[in-house]
Design a protein around this ligand. Structure first.
Ligand SMILES: C[S@@+](CC[C@H](N)C(=O)[O-])C[C@H]1O[C@@H](n2cnc3c(N)ncnc32)[C@H](O)[C@@H]1O
Length: 283
């Protein structure tokens, strides 16, 4: 595969989804909240708004919207049927009545133009080979005066300690595989421009850090990353491109949990967020 000026493989268009759906990875997602991942959107939520969460995964964050906008309706959408099933089960378990979940592709949203006041995604667009196409589709279903809210780790900013640890080795491989699978680890640092290009006239960029610095957090993220390193969409390109051998990968999977138990282990990444408004009068 050819490499770009950063030495990273050039992105092909690919349907691969690098992080997979192993339970340990989904657990990492379930620890996240709107307060930690989309705090910049919270002041703009109010009762009665219709919200769409694209790439909702297990639905943890989607369901957080329901109390904030009730009686407004919240829709979670994901291409993975098992994730949608899990989100539906969680909603039923909590007795939530103003949320529904659908299996669909963010590139072809099954909604009429101007259906939602808020269109949100967290941890989706950097996995997409065509993020601008996804933004255009999100924009289409947004009402005039509505807000497009996107939050995502800028994967190019991951910092890991200790140096030379299994987690540091994993992250170096992860960036290559994400890129290979069509994702863009630097997309979010340019998100303000991306939403302006989509048609938003007022755009705000925000950022904070996501940090794994306590034993329970490093243990959980180590298990999640080990699950990614076992997954087919990770293993296949690593072996095909000769970035590591199966023995190396097995070693990584075995060593990551030990990193998670180390008292000196920590990891952090810049979480970038962007809000963009569609011109027009809000409802
Ligand atoms: C990293 S997870 C994030 C889940 C959730 N937003 C969260 O932050 O907890 C990304 C999700 O996006 C979904 N996804 C990936 N590509 C998609 C696409 N083209 N259309 C819809 N969903 C997609 C995956 O199935 C996965 O559940």
């Amino acid at each position: 595969m050819t490499e770009d000026p950063d030495g990273l493989p050039v992105r092909p268009v690919s349907p691969a989804y690098t992080i997979g759906y192993e339970d340990e990875m989904v657990t990492v997602l379930q620890r996240r909240t709107l307060a930690t991942c989309a705090w910049f959107l919270l002041p703009h939520l109010r009762p009665g708004l219709a919200v769409l969460d694209c790439g909702c995964g297990p639905g943890t964050m989607t369901l957080e919207f329901t109390a904030r906008v009730a009686p407004g309706q919240v829709v979670g959408l994901d291409m993975a049927a098992p994730q949608v099933a899990a989100a539906r089960a969680l909603a039923a378990h909590r007795g939530v009545v103003n949320a529904r979940f659908e299996v669909s592709d963010v590139y072809a949203l099954p909604f009429a133009d101007a259906s939602f006041d808020v269109v949100f995604s967290h941890a989706l667009v950097s996995h997409l080979a065509e993020p601008m196409r996804a933004f255009a589709e999100m924009w289409r279903v947004l009402r005039p005066g509505g807000v497009l809210a996107v939050s995502e780790n800028d994967t190019g900013t991951f910092v890991v300690s200790p140096a030379g640890s299994a987690m540091e080795r994993f992250m170096a491989l992860y960036l290559r595989v994400l890129r290979h699978n069509g994702g863009d680890q630097l997309l979010m640092r340019h998100a303000r421009g991306a939403l302006l290009a989509t048609g938003c006239t007022k755009v705000e960029a925000h950022a904070s850090a996501e940090v794994w610095g306590l034993p329970e957090a490093t243990r959980t993220v180590a298990a999640g990353m080990a699950a990614i390193a076992r997954g087919p969409d990770f293993v296949k390109p690593v072996l095909a491109e000769g970035w590591a051998s199966q023995v190396d990968l097995d070693g990584l999977v075995a060593d990551l949990p030990a990193w998670g138990e180390q008292m000196d282990a920590s990891m952090a990444v810049l979480k970038c967020g962007v809000l963009g408004w569609k011109p027009g009068e809000a409802r």
